[in-house]
Design a protein around this ligand. Sequence first.
Ligand SMILES: Nc1ncnc2c1ncn2[C@@H]1O[C@H](COP(=O)(O)OP(=O)(O)O)[C@@H](O)[C@H]1O
Ligand SMILES: [Mg+2]
Length: 352
Amino acid sequence: MITVEQIMNALKSILDPELKKDIVSMGMIRDLVIEGNNVKFTLELTTPACPYNSEIEQEVRNKMQQLGVNLDMKITARVMEGRSIDISEILSGVKNVIAVASGKGGVGKSTVAVNLAVGLSKSGAKVGLLDADIYGPSIPLMLGLTPGLIADENGKIIPQEIYGIKVMSMGLAPQQSDNVGIWRGPIISGIIKQFLTDVNWGELDYLIVDLPPGTGDAPLTLAQTIPITGVVVVTTPQTAAMNIALKAALMFKKLGIPIIGVIENMSYFECPHCNNITNIFGIADEQKIVEKFGAPLVGRIPLNAKIVEDSDEGKPVALADTDYAKVFERVARNVAGRVSVIAVEMQQHLIQ
Ligand SMILES: Nc1ncnc2c1ncn2[C@@H]1O[C@H](COP(=O)(O)OP(=O)(O)O)[C@@H](O)[C@H]1O
Ligand SMILES: [Mg+2]
């Protein structure tokens, strides 16, 4: 007869490659039932978008096979909370807030934010997308959304929903002011606070926030209003762009916000005819990026006309089943994996 101890001991030898902890102490094994030689349990992963999910699953199957039992395994995922305790209870149903920032404008920050949201949503996570770029809201266009918002019975704004993603943007407000360009700091702060407090976001695993470029009022307001899990920094490979991105990253670090990772966009060009790869803007050394930013490179995204076309048509490239979609799916998985690591560290810190 196989015992609970034997099962747990076998499973204890399996480490989550990223969290560096065994799956039993992580509480990933649930509802264990043993009936003779039949073993039944649920494997609860830390995010549906974890890059190592299939690896862990396979290892569990191998271990159970070695023990010679019949395994009936259910696989679920419960995203961990990566936010410190929030006294104000703003966004209490949101487990992780991921800010997407850049130094310069035009590096593809909004493109990354949208496709990251799509990638995470495709994996089964509950995702929201907040366009905090008040001056130049581009998210609605990229998702094919038109202005129009309604309120719920408590007077809170209901975000628009598309591709399973809850979206809020200044560009969805019915009457857009023509002089949006002259709005100043305090007004921008006010609007961002409203986006967080007066919008009914409901339950979310990840709220992605597309910040305006640079180190202005928006990131400060965001950081002062809600606990952020971390920030994804988007840059292009040129040294100048990278240096400005680094400035933005340093500002977040000063605010005590972890850097989830760096995304190098417009990284290279693959010729559609001969598949030759050209590094149009040069090659940034990965090791240098890691050293400078103190965070991993979570993705290199190629320069591709399809990304522009799809975006202009309101259909993000990550939706399709193409190589480009796969690039973004990988980025989403890497980000989700890093967010799990940060969440675990944060929870350990809270417990200590
Ligand atoms: N990898 C890419 N390949 C080709 N075009 C891209 C890529 N990433 C972004 N773009 C295009 O570059 C422009 C700027 O991107 P956007 O996401 O709006 O930048 P940001 O939000 O940083 O200002 C858009 O037209 C977008 O479609
Ligand atoms: Mg943008």
